[in-house]
Design a protein around this ligand. Structure first.
Ligand SMILES: *[C@@H]1O[C@H](CO)[C@@H](O)[C@H](O)[C@H]1NC(C)=O
Ligand SMILES: *[C@@H]1O[C@H](CO)[C@@H](O)[C@H](O)[C@H]1NC(C)=O
Ligand SMILES: *[C@@H]1O[C@H](CO)[C@@H](O)[C@H](O)[C@H]1NC(C)=O
Ligand SMILES: *[C@@H]1O[C@H](CO)[C@@H](O)[C@H](O)[C@H]1NC(C)=O
Length: 501
């Protein structure tokens, strides 16, 4: 809905991957569910769309994963909220994202990334996609793949966001499958692990089913053009609605046999305020278990008025009323229900592409995909020659770098990042109260580390030492006193204590 990125594709890269030793567990797609490979548990997205300062467009410096202080500030508040996934739009390939990606990794938060942004050669023009489906565009997409593929907490990419609408339902669908194909082929050839590629659909009810069918069916002569997951942007539930009134029941019927994970890539109608998120228990309840969760639009307040927090300056942030309502709803989620794999869902097989799947008049019903632009075969077979490839780095500071005010105006002290061990991802109630779960992998941290380290570390350098330092960091995190140790927050705490005296 509210971003400038028009469409696109992007994907993976990088063949080096020493980093699994100290990272969130990779997720795989198994039929209609996301699965945590190591445990076999289902993964449901408890997510928030993250674009601080960015919903009105992309600028050379607006990439939300490029400012480590801001990422630490926001990761602490998102972790505390209970989030396990963020979606980020409008990324720029050639700047450094290492610290931000590593901070979210340490927090146990996955990332779903849009490969398109609003710059030239960086999105598909929905009205004339053949004019923008070019070598330069795919070079952009592949460079986003290269930049982010090395991060273990990368959940997947969106090859397009809201490209298909009423006016583009004939021209755009084949191009989205083509971009998806090119991304997945690039990943298969140049990246050391599987990374899913999905599509995020606009909230246009009569196009939803055709879009999902068109992109998610099995095409014998282009198997890689099938999407791995389907996000839909959904603003149907406003205020105190219900399962029937909101139309959620229709979605469950529509996607009841889905063969790929389906989730809300944006949700949170703001026609009734404050947003109390009474849809959350329904979305994550047993009636809707066919969906894999969703992402609330959106983290920070902007002109369109969907924020959970208000960032007033780089080092001052105010929790809005919606943040508290969402936290209360998240806290009630049934973790067992969310992590139960369902063998019917994981066993679903995609239908074969066939015009009978498409029911709407005016939706493209042929799978005649455009061939790759000239030179792109070579890009895929050799990989980009000079790509900026990310790498995970140690997270050495965990204290909240900003002053945080609760909705009632009181200052929140003692906030810090809880560094999770590799077998854990974040969930509601975990931050500040963390006991590592039983490790599932052989590389898991055990204990007996040096302890007493004053800085938390969750490096994915793959070095043997990272396990020890990670353990040290975690035990420190768990036992740490609630104490603010930096910058404006300390100064604020000092002032507050002076007033108390
Ligand atoms: C799902 O599959 C079952 C069994 O094949 C079928 O009876 C049902 O109509 C399907 N539902 C939808 C919504 O396609
Ligand atoms: C967010 O902060 C700005 C600047 O202080 C203020 O003008 C605006 O009203 C605030 N928005 C909300 C929703 O509190
Ligand atoms: C299991 O998955 C099937 C198909 O996706 C769905 O119809 C059914 O409701 C699910 N069962 C549970 C208990 O979630
Ligand atoms: C691939 O199969 C689809 C559907 O059968 C067909 O429309 C398309 O022309 C085929 N493409 C090629 C390159 O053969």
């Amino acid at each position: 809905m509210k971003t400038t990125s028009v469409s696109g594709a992007a994907l993976a890269a990088v063949s080096i991957f020493s980093s699994f030793a100290a990272a969130v567990q990779p997720l795989t797609v198994d039929g209609a569910n996301f699965i945590t490979k190591s445990s076999g548990n289902r993964f449901s997205i408890v997510g928030v769309d993250y674009q601080p300062g960015g919903s009105s467009g992309v600028t050379a410096t607006s990439d939300p994963l490029s400012d480590p202080q801001a990422c630490l500030r926001d990761a602490i508040l998102l972790q505390r909220l209970g989030v396990n996934t963020i979606r980020v739009y409008n990324l720029i390939a050639d700047i450094n994202h290492d610290e931000c990606a590593s901070i979210f990794n340490a927090a146990g938060i996955y990332m779903i990334l849009d490969v398109n942004n609003g710059f030239d050669n960086s999105y598909l023009d929905r009205s004339a996609p053949w004019t923008t489906y070019t070598n330069a565009y795919l070079t952009h997409v592949f460079s986003i793949i290269e930049a982010f593929a090395p991060y273990p907490n990368l959940l997947g990419f969106f090859s397009g966001n809201e490209v298909i609408n009423q006016d583009s339902a004939v021209n755009a669908p084949a191009y989205i499958r083509a971009v998806t194909r090119d991304m997945k082929d690039y990943i298969a050839k140049n990246v050391a692990r599987d990374i899913g590629v999905g599509y995020s659909a606009a909230d246009v009810a009569n196009l939803l089913s055709d879009t999902w069918e068109y992109l998610g069916c099995d095409l014998a002569n282009s198997t890689s053009s099938k999407i791995d997951f389907f996000g839909l942007n959904d603003y149907e539930w406003c205020g105190d609605s219900s399962y029937m009134q909101s139309g959620y029941n229709v979605l469950v019927q529509q996607f009841g046999n889905t063969s790929i994970p389906v989730f809300f890539s944006e949700y949170g109608c703001n026609k009734v305020e404050p947003r109390t998120f009474t849809n959350v228990p329904v979305l994550y309840g047993d009636q809707m278990s066919v969906l894999s969760g969703g992402l609330v639009y959106e983290y920070s307040e902007d002109t369109n008025n969907y924020g959970l927090v208000n960032i007033t300056t780089a080092d001052e942030i105010h929790l809005l009323q919606d943040y508290g309502f969402l936290a209360t709803q998240y806290a009630k989620l049934d973790e067992n229900l969310l992590t139960s794999a369902n063998s019917t869902a994981t066993g679903q097989k995609p239908p074969t592409c066939d015009p009978s799947l498409i029911t709407g008049a005016g939706f493209y019903n042929s799978w005649d995909l455009p061939p790759r632009p000239s030179g792109v075969d070579a890009l895929i077979s050799s990989g980009l020659s000079s790509a900026n490839k990310g790498k995970t780095v140690s997270v050495t500071s965990t204290a909240m770098p900003a002053t945080v005010y609760d909705y009632d105006g009181s200052q929140l002290n003692g906030l810090e990042l809880t560094v999770l061990e590799e077998q854990d991802s974040n969930r509601p109630g975990l931050a500040g109260n963390y006991t590592p779960s039983t490790p599932t992998g052989t590389a898991a941290a055990t204990s007996g580390s040096t302890g007493g380290s004053s800085s938390a570390t969750r490096s994915s350098s793959g070095k043997a030492s990272s396990t020890a330092s990670q353990t040290a960091a975690t035990s420190k995190g768990a036992a740490a006193p609630m104490f603010v140790s930096s910058g404006a927050a300390t100064f604020g705490a000092l002032l507050a204590s002076l007033f108390l005296l």
